[in-house]
Ligand binder design. Sequence first.
Ligand SMILES: [Zn+2]
Length: 102
Amino acid sequence: MPLRTCIACRKKVEKARLVRLVAGGGTLRYDRDAVLEGRGAYICPDKDCLAAAYKKGAFQRAIKTKAGLPDIDALWVDIEDGSKSNKTTRAADKTAPASKGG
Ligand SMILES: [Zn+2]
């Protein structure tokens, strides 16, 4: 399992346990499915780390963006949401054939 360094606390953590944030479209976005292109930064799914990163400008340094950061609370909601749904395996396909009528 590859390790990544949290930009806020500098701890090395398994990549899968961190959240990836990517600069794009003039803002910072949460790359929930690790599909966005661009320079990314890894951070713990922890609000303290997020707040610390904001405070010390860690995102600007890691991503080298001059873009403004999104509202920390809005970003946090996204991260919380995503890391919750990451824990449940999305293996089950919900496209079961629905039999209508009857
Ligand atoms: Zn951290």
